[in-house]
Design a protein around this ligand. Structure first.
Ligand SMILES: CC(C)(COP(=O)(O)OP(=O)(O)OC[C@H]1O[C@@H](n2cnc3c(N)ncnc32)[C@H](O)[C@@H]1OP(=O)(O)O)[C@@H](O)C(=O)NCCC(=O)NCCS
Length: 159
């Protein structure tokens, strides 16, 4: 883990935390795929019970975030993003591991996620122990109208 990295989690739509996440959102997602969320989308999800946002910072500057929504004993990783300048240094992995720890503390037994089939994030998910579940052909539409398959993954935390 990068020295000085801090992780803070927020259950409600705390304005500063959402603003930090939006700051990363604007830089982390390739505009070609249209995967970045808008502030109203983020704020809407943050009002739902069982949702939490974890922000990684150094010296108060945000580097990455993870957004998770839970229902009963299952949860879904909705977004994971690290600022391009900070990639490849373990920030994404640290955020994902922290999200899993928080989920376990809340009695959640599995985490699911859906990801574009060409996204290199899949390497991270597999490294952590997520297992492939199924493929949805043409599930995402990029900003250029091109369709992309989605893969879903799951990790069972009881194992
Ligand atoms: C996916 C993402 C969060 C990874 O963040 P990161 O901080 O660079 O990842 P880490 O440095 O923690 O990588 C941990 C492991 O993941 C894998 N990994 C991460 N990025 C990878 C890449 N581009 N290519 C290959 N493997 C990769 C590696 O196994 C790596 O472990 P290693 O360094 O021991 O080999 C980041 O690339 C990102 O923000 N992407 C854009 C947003 C996005 O598409 N998010 C996922 C869908 S919501």
């Amino acid at each position: 883990m990068i020295s000085g990295l801090t992780l803070d989690s927020y259950d409600e739509g705390e304005r500063n935390a959402m603003s930090d996440a939006m700051d990363i959102m604007a830089r982390a997602f390739d505009p070609a795929y249209g995967e970045a969320w808008t502030l109203p989308q983020l704020a809407g999800v943050m009002t739902m019970p069982g949702t939490w946002l974890t922000i990684a910072r150094i010296d108060a500057a945000p580097l990455g975030f993870a957004l998770v929504r839970s229902v009963l004993d299952e949860c879904e990783l909705l977004l994971l993003a690290v600022s391009p300048l900070w990639r490849g240094r373990g920030v994404g992995e640290t955020l994902l591991v922290e999200s899993l720890k928080i989920a376990r503390r809340r009695g959640i037994t599995s985490m699911n996620l859906e990801v574009r089939a060409s996204n290199t994030a899949i390497r991270l998910y597999e490294k952590i122990g997520f297992e492939y579940v199924h493929r949805r052909p043409g599930y995402y539409r990029g900003n250029d109208g091109q369709l992309h398959d989605a893969l879903s993954f799951r990790i069972d935390m009881l194992r």
